[in-house]
Structure formats: structure tokens, C-alpha cells
Design a protein around this ligand. Structure first.
Ligand code: SDX
Length: 429
């Protein structure tokens, strides 16, 4: 294969290097395009065809439905590992030894207490505030208590910032839930593992000891593993571009939380359960909603379906669907929403509209069924997604900063007015 790509514009030919990744993906290196062509740029709304960076963290193949973190398949990690061990892998590049994992876990626990003054901030939110808005604000507010910007070239400083964030983020998430529920703010319990602690902080109330259910913890732990990273998705790209201005880690992650909130991205898991419950309330006529989803004049979309990259089954959706079945059976829950979801999937995957557009269930289609079975309210579903995605955001921010990437600053094709003279207000019509 030629190692150069040829571009011909206005009779002039330009050559650009062709790069090949470790999974034989091919990219044209256009770093010099604007300078060698005297100003020509590419235009690619939504960056559907544009690589923003090289990365060694996650590989996914949307056509084959493959997803691997640092070379390990999502299926093997979901089956054999745990959330915190996978977080170590995603962030530091290797599965930890027993000693490395114990130190990582201990160091996170050492930072699980929030400054009491953070309560002044969270108590300023109304009960009805969306927890994603609270989480984004509180994550940024962590900077106030850790004002020194991370020296990324100090391994110790960077490690400390990482374990601090991994420790405090779930506490902030649980606090946002408590504000919505009107219950007291809980502290972390360092005698518990990471995921059990999340559930304890969310559900413990002073009058009743929260009993940890190992079945529930295992289901949540696996679900969070499936969310840990997903290469250059909207919120991760946000974290990378905010961090590229040398904004701090907490500020960059706060921006990622805001990007994830959108219903086309992480907010879809809340939108899916609301859609399933609306279909159930409307009498369960799945065909009616499939027609709405196909109608170009109807803004209704089949939430949890379709994906920018997966044009085959989202491998995470397959695992989550099986886990949802297993958990509801183990907890003896009969949730009509699961039946409607399966029926929707069955009808859609036989319908030419969805088949021709390669629209399959994505990670958000079934995850809400599990969160609901664990007693988590739908407003908190995207917060759970953020807790799961935090290690990936951290890993990608670290890779970008240590890789010395330039500040992100895309160009544009200007289509506005050409130069015109100023008009005095009296002359304007
Ligand atoms: C996540 O990028 C990631 O990796 C994200 C994520 C991660 O882990 O970080 O995987 C998490 O965000 C998953 C996606 C969650 N969002 C949803 O479930 C919302 C519903 N899905 C869609 O809005 C849509 O599929 C997107 C936003 C996910 C992808 O949109 P694209 O790639 O821009 O595709 P498109 O909007 O151009 O759609 C192509 C066609 C269009 O029809 P035509 O114009 O060709 O006639 O497919 C149609 C769309 O109208 N279409 C849908 C549809 N999704 C796409 N039609 C009905 N229902 C849908 N869900």
C-alpha cells in the first residue's frame, strides 16, 4: 500500500503521509494541509471521519462489534475483573499486581473524606436540581480545595490527583442523590469495596442500616466496567479539548460531565427508561412507537438505539441485556419495561428502516433496567454512567497531557457576510 495519499485541488497535487495503527486502521496525516496548500482545510461536521488523536487506551471496531480496553476484551473484563481493577488498567495501562491494587485501593480510601465546606455548596442546590448539574458543579468546585494545578510531569502529583478524584467523585454523586431524596449526606465507608460504598452512600439512612446485597453489587460493578471508556466519544473529546488548554483535571472532568448529560449521549439511559414507561403507560403498542421513530416529521427517536460508531451490535448492550435478565430473576422482579424493551428490539431489528441504517441497541438501551432494579431513580442513571466513565476520562486526559498535544482549536469554513460598511442608526431600516 502506498505510504502517501495524494490530494489534487485546482490542478495541484499534494502528498500526505498514510499512518497505520496497531489494528491496521489507516489514517491520512493532514497536519501540514493548511500550510502546504496555502489555506485549504477539511470540513467534517461532528468529526464523523476525523481522528483527533492517536490513543493506546481503547480499541473498538464498530462494524465487528469489538471493544477492548488496553487490549483486553470487554467480555473478559466484565466476566473476570472488577470496576476498580479495570480502572487501574485503563488509567495506568496494565492490570495491577495484588500489591499495586491494594495500594491503589488504600490511596483512594485515604482521600474519601470531602472538605465539610463542600456541604455549603451542595446545600445551595434546590431539591429539584438535576444531579448531573450538581455533579458537574461540585466536580469543578473540588478545584477550590485543591487549587494547585496538577504538575502532570510529576508522577506523584498526577497519581495523587487521580486517586483523589476517584475517591471524591462517587461521594459527590451520592450527595447529589441525597439532595434529590431529601436524605442526609452520607460519608464514604472505607471498610467497603468501591462499588458497595457507592450503594451504601446512596441508600443508607440514619434510621435503617443499609444491607449490602452482593447480587446487586456484582451487577452494578459489571455495569460500571462496561462504561469505563469508549475512545473519542463526545464527553471524552470534551475532556481532552478542555484539558488541552492546560485547564486542571477537575475542571476538565466537570466539562465531561456536562457533555455526557445530553440525551443523545449519556443522557440517553434516562431517556430510554422514560420512553419505555411512556410506551407502557400508552398501552404498550410498540408498533405505534416504531412508526413514530421512523417518521422524519416526528421528533421521536428510539432512544438507546443507533450509534455513531457501532454499525453492528454494541457488545456492551449484549452483556447488559443478559445481566438485566439474570438480575431481575435473582431479585424476583418482574419489570414490564424489560419486556417492552425486548419487544421493541425484536420488531426494530426486523424493520427495513433500522436494518438499512444499521441501528442496533446501544449501551443505554438496557442499562436503565438494571439501575431501576437496584432502586436507582432515572434522574441518577446518567450520574451512574459518569461514575463508570470517570476512569476513561482520567486516562484520556492523562494521555493527552503527557503526549504534549497542542491546544485543540478547529478551523471553519466561513459562510457569512463579506466586508460591508457601517451604517448609522438613522439610515437603518
Ligand atoms: C452513547 O460515541 C460513543 O461512543 C457514545 C457512547 C459512549 O460509550 O460514550 O457509546 C454512549 O452516547 C450511546 C448513544 C446514546 N444515544 C441514544 O441512544 C440516542 C438515540 N440515538 C441517536 O440519536 C443516534 O443514533 C446517535 C446520536 C447515537 C448517533 O447519531 P449519528 O451517528 O449522528 O447518526 P444520524 O443521527 O446521522 O442517524 C443516521 C440515520 C438518520 O436517518 P436518515 O437521516 O438517514 O433518514 O439514522 C436515523 C437518523 O434519523 N436514526 C434514528 C435513530 N438514530 C439514528 N432514527 C430513529 N431512532 C434512532 N435512535
Amino acid at each position: 500500500m502506498s505510504e502517501n495519499a495524494i490530494l489534487e485541488v485546482d490542478g495541484k497535487r499534494y502528498e500526505f503521509p498514510v499512518l497505520r495503527g496497531t489494528e491496521n486502521e489507516i489514517a491520512i496525516d493532514l497536519k501540514t494541509l493548511r500550510s502546504v496548500t496555502n489555506g485549504i482545510i477539511t470540513l467534517d461536521p461532528g468529526y464523523k471521519n476525523t481522528g483527533a488523536c492517536k490513543s493506546a487506551i481503547t480499541f473498538l471496531d464498530g462494524e465487528k462489534g469489538i471493544l477492548r480496553y488496553r487490549g483486553y476484551s470487554i467480555e473478559s473484563l466484565a466476566e473476570k475483573s472488577n470496576f476498580l481493577e479495570v480502572a487501574y488498567l485503563v488509567i495506568f495501562g496494565e492490570l495491577p499486581t495484588a500489591a499495586q491494587f491494594k495500594k491503589f485501593d488504600d490511596d483512594i480510601k485515604a482521600h474519601s473524606l470531602l472538605n465539610e465546606e463542600m456541604k455549603n455548596i451542595i446545600n445551595g442546590f434546590p431539591k429539584v436540581a438535576h444531579p448531573m448539574g450538581m455533579l458537574s458543579s461540585l466536580t469543578s468546585a473540588l478545584t477550590a480545595f485543591n487549587p494547585i494545578t496538577v504538575n502532570v510531569h510529576s508522577e506523584k502529583d498526577l497519581y495523587n490527583a487521580i486517586v483523589k478524584l476517584l475517591a471524591k467523585f462517587p461521594v459527590l454523586a451520592a450527595w447529589a442523590h441525597s439532595v434529590n431524596q431529601g436524605t442526609p449526606l452520607n460519608y464514604a465507608d472505607n471498610s467497603l469495596d468501591y462499588v458497595s460504598n457507592i450503594m451504601q452512600m446512596m441508600f443508607e439512612i440514619p434510621t435503617t442500616k443499609y444491607v449490602i446485597n452482593p447480587i446487586a453489587v456484582k451487577a452494578l460493578d459489571q455495569l460500571l466496567i462496561l462504561h469505563e471508556d469508549h475512545e473519542q466519544n463526545c464527553s471524552t473529546s470534551t475532556v481532552r479539548i478542555v484539558g488541552s488548554s492546560e485547564a486542571g483535571l477537575f475542571a476538565s472532568i466537570s466539562a465531561g460531565v456536562s457533555a455526557l448529560w445530553g440525551r443523545l449521549h449519556g443522557g440517553a439511559n434516562q431517556a430510554v427508561i422514560e420512553m419505555l414507561e411512556a410506551i407502557q403507560k400508552d398501552g404498550g403498542d410498540v408498533d405505534k412507537f416504531i412508526l413514530k421513530a421512523k417518521d422524519p416529521n416526528d421528533p421521536f427517536r428510539l432512544m438507546g438505539f443507533g450509534h455513531r460508531v457501532y454499525k453492528n451490535f454494541d457488545p456492551r448492550a449484549k452483556i447488559i441485556k443478559a445481566a438485566a435478565d439474570e438480575l431481575l430473576a435473582e431479585l424476583n422482579i418482574n419489570d414490564p419495561a424489560l419486556k417492552i424493551a425486548k419487544h421493541l428490539e425484536e420488531v426494530a431489528l426486523k424493520d427495513e428502516y433500522f436494518v438499512s441504517r444499521k441501528l442496533y441497541p446501544n449501551v443505554d438501551f438496557y442499562s436503565g433496567i438494571i439501575y431501576k432494579a437496584l432502586g436507582i431513580p432515572s434522574e441518577m442513571f446518567t450520574v451512574m454512567f459518569a461514575i463508570g466513565r470517570l476512569p476513561g476520562w482520567i486516562a484520556q486526559w492523562k494521555e493527552m497531557r503527557l503526549g504534549g498535544e497542542p491546544i485543540g482549536r478547529p478551523r471553519q469554513l466561513y459562510v457569512g457576510h463579506t466586508e460591508r460598511d457601517f451604517k448609522a442608526i438613522e439610515t437603518r431600516k
